[in-house]
Write a protein that binds this ligand. Structure first.
Ligand code: PMP
Ligand code: GLN
Length: 388
């Protein structure tokens, strides 16, 4: 058998273990404060948790419908209408998935032919490159430049070729915490229309915003029919382990994504869908306290990192802040993060993993501040050792 190794196919050779799993294991092994993987260390509302328990007791324990339970699809459609004025038919234009992760995978697998090109902004969330590789598609990246992570519209134009199938946009953006503004989204929309491209958006942090407003790309002229809008309940309600996500798009796009989803997971967990349907229907009652707490954490943590000497790129949204480590460490971010548990008892993510060419992010580190204030304080105390 040995002569048949490696078993992982060639397309995925660069994608063995996710950095998040690797760094969480390192945090556990070293007893470090884990500011690597983005998850909150406080669960979401007990009321929502009770609704999931009630759904189990009520017997929602067998396969739900493939597209998701109707009450959740209706709640998602109502959410898109109430927050963004976007109308989706719950029957034909909404698909429930196993987290946004499955929605992204199913969408890229559904829409891309082998050899197609996918345009995305860099740095990018790690699953995008892996899913493009699964689909046999090639990446074309457009850099987002610090300190404000803006992009050159000319670079976006240049990234589009006759092989481009779609543009993938993540706003609010992981890892930078950037919220794409109206002018940026307009520029993206105009190019999509001009070149007749599809768009896929990842909006999982849509309700975790501290400054600015979230504008779905699907709301821009000419975009409603060509955009697959993806989001999920994990971040919005602080239940990242429930893995309830969704995709909204025109009927033929949803039908294409559903065709793939049915062979990946067939259906997604039933009781959680009922609980999230109720939570979404309650509107902003749940979102605001979570965003407010995160804002406090962001302020505390960004100020602390700046005091230590990092160059801090203050995020407008999400769980994450990016720093440039150059003022305090001459090495690269990967070496810095691998050594940090031993040096300080803290785990962070080297942002180089979010770049097609790791050299581009060699001095950048991402920290998750989605933790209790006392945990952030403890981490800052430990990081004082780095202060110059
Ligand atoms: N997209 C982005 C930008 C993320 O940060 C994450 C991780 N939280 C996901 C997608 C995955 O979301 P889910 O947990 O719903 O699969
Ligand atoms: N989205 C989370 C992050 O960026 C992690 C989710 C995962 O582990 N895949 O940290």
């Amino acid at each position: 058998m040995a002569d048949r190794a490696p078993y992982l196919n060639a397309r995925l050779q660069g994608f063995t273990t996710t950095i998040f799993a690797e760094m969480s294991a390192l945090a556990l092994a070293t007893g470090s404060v884990n500011l690597g993987q983005g998850y909150p260390d406080t669960d979401g509302s007990a009321e929502i948790a009770e609704a999931a328990i009630a759904a189990i007791r009520d017997g929602h324990n067998q396969y739900p419908p493939g597209p998701g339970v109707l009450v959740l699809r209706e709640a998602i459609a109502e959410h898109q209408r109430a927050f963004y004025g976007l109308d989706y038919d719950p029957e034909s234009e909404v698909l429930v998935t196993t987290g946004a992760t499955e929605a992204i995978a199913a969408t890229l697998l559904a829409l891309c032919e082998v050899g197609d090109e996918v345009v995305m902004f860099e740095p990018f969330y790690d699953s995008y490159a892996a899913c493009a590789a699964l689909a046999g598609a090639h990446l074309r990246v457009v850099p987002l430049d610090p300190p404000d992570w803006s992009f050159d519209p000319g670079a976006l134009q240049d990234a589009i070729t006759s092989s481009t199938r779609l543009v993938l946009v993540n706003s609010p953006h992981n890892p930078t915490g950037k919220v794409f503004n109206h002018a940026e989204l307009s520029a993206i929309a105009e190019l999509c229309v001009q070149h007749d491209l599809l768009a896929v958006t990842d909006e999982v942090y849509e309700h975790l915003i501290f400054e600015g407003v979230h504008l779905p790309l699907a709301g821009f002229p000419g975009m409603r029919e060509r955009t697959v809008t993806i989001s999920s309940a994990g971040k919005t309600f602080s239940f990242t382990g429930w893995k309830v996500g969704w995709a909204c798009a025109s009927p033929p796009l949803v039908a294409a994504v559903r065709s793939v989803k049915q062979f990946l997971t067939y259906v997604s967990g039933a009781p959680f869908q009922y609980a999230i349907a109720g939570a979404l229907a309650a509107g902003s009652r749940y979102f605001e306290p979570i965003a407010n707490e995160l804002r406090t954490g962001r302020d505390l943590f960004c100020a602390g990192l700046a005091d230590i000497g990092f160059e801090v790129y203050r995020p407008a949204a999400t769980y994450f802040v990016t720093t440039d480590i150059s003022p305090i460490d001459e090495g690269d971010a990967m070496a810095f993060c691998m050594g940090l548990p031993e040096r300080c008892g803290v785990v962070a993510i080297p942002s180089s993993v979010f770049y097609a060419d790791p050299e581009s992010g060699r001095s950048l580190v991402r920290w998750a501040f989605s933790k209790r204030l006392e945990v952030l304080d403890a981490a800052l105390g430990r990081l004082q050792r780095l202060a110059r």
